[in-house]
Design a protein around this ligand. Structure first.
Ligand code: ATP
Length: 306
């Protein structure tokens, strides 16, 4: 059972105050883009994970665990427990999504494993676990997992896991600049808190951007470009100042919009047309500032059996 699953970029990442449970209140507009990992689940004696870079991808898989702490393995365990079976499955993960890049690659693999294992162990026309059930299970693994099951473009509130699909029109064209070496998501949140404390201002309570929603609904790339925001960007730039040069280079080379993707260090650039994206990608590649320059479009569907 092979499932293909997309990366995400956050079109809006609003980070509110820390809640009583220790998480930040978030407003998150997720957008699935056409950079895919693939997870294949095969019956086996015991739970095993194998990770490789996808063909033609230069993703560095060095930091990806192959034991129980791989998020796909966690997902398989949860599905097995829910279905009352033993997690006897070999998971082969082919990665094209940058690792620790702020594009939720680990969460994507977890989502793919949820869908693949649910189908492997229960192939009835009317399976016990619905897509909604899998999204709920995914939230136990991490707040980005339900979106990787759902795909498209969606607004998440709470920890980011309560999702509502957003109305969009047409296709948006993206260029991504990856960086050598990842950024840890918890470290970026901690830096965000530190910077806010230093500034002495209470964190704003974020709300969904109307401007962003209108641009999505009308397929207005220029409008979307000006509405992109990421409250984690100052923290990512503080931890990795070189990202500022990457963002500036993309803007100088004609990107309509530029921002750090999620917790970084991948930088995302929105182009007005597919042709503009191609021109921007080759120009950005020529600067030598990025480890790798990738093109993708969105929105695309979530975890899908292939
Ligand atoms: P996010 O955007 O959700 O913050 P990210 O894209 O920054 O995530 P990931 O690629 O999801 O980061 O990986 C973060 C860490 O999770 C990795 O450094 C790795 O140790 C761990 N991890 C566990 N399972 C996986 C997996 N299947 N693929 C990648 N990383 C994994």
């Amino acid at each position: 059972m092979t499932v293909r699953v997309p990366a995400k970029v956050n079109l809006q990442l609003g980070v509110g105050p820390i809640r009583d449970d220790g998480y930040h209140g978030l407003v998150n507009v997720f957008h699935a883009v056409s950079l895919f990992d693939e997870v294949t689940a095969v019956h086996a004696e015991r739970l095993e994970v194998r990770v490789q870079a996808a063909p033609y991808s230069r993703v560095d898989i060095g930091g990806v665990p192959t034991g129980d702490d791989n998020l796909a393995a966690k997902a398989a365990g949860l599905v097995a427990a829910r279905l009352g079976v033993e997690p006897r499955v070999a998971l082969r993960i082919r990665k094209a999504i940058p690792v620790a890049g702020g594009m939720a690659g680990g969460s994507a693999d977890a989502a793919a494993a949820l869908v693949a294992c649910a189908r492997l162990w229960d192939d009835r026309d009317d399976p016990a676990l619905t897509r909604d059930d899998l999204m709920e299970l995914g939230a136990e693994i991490g707040s980005d997992v339900p979106f990787a099951v759902l795909g498209g473009t969606a607004v998440g509130v709470g920890r980011g896991e309560r999702l509502t699909s957003a109305l969009t029109r047409g296709t948006f064209h993206w260029v991504f600049a990856t960086a050598g070496g990842g950024l840890s998501t918890p470290a970026v949140y901690a830096e965000c808190d530190r910077l806010r404390e230093e500034q002495g201002e209470p964190p704003p309570r974020p709300g969904v951007s109307e401007e962003l929603m209108t641009a999505l609904a009308t397929g207005d790339a220029k409008g979307l470009a000006t509405a992109l925001t990421n409250d984690l960007e100052p923290a990512a730039l503080s931890l990795r100042p070189s990202l500022g040069r990457v963002l500036d280079a993309g803007r100088d080379l004609g990107a309509a919009g530029a921002l750090v993707s999620g917790s970084g260090p991948t930088c995302a650039f929105l182009a007005e047309t597919e042709e503009d994206a191609a021109d921007l990608a080759s120009a950005l590649d020529g600067t030598g500032l990025a480890a790798q320059v990738l093109r993708a479009s969105g929105p695309v569907p979530g975890a899908t059996v292939v």
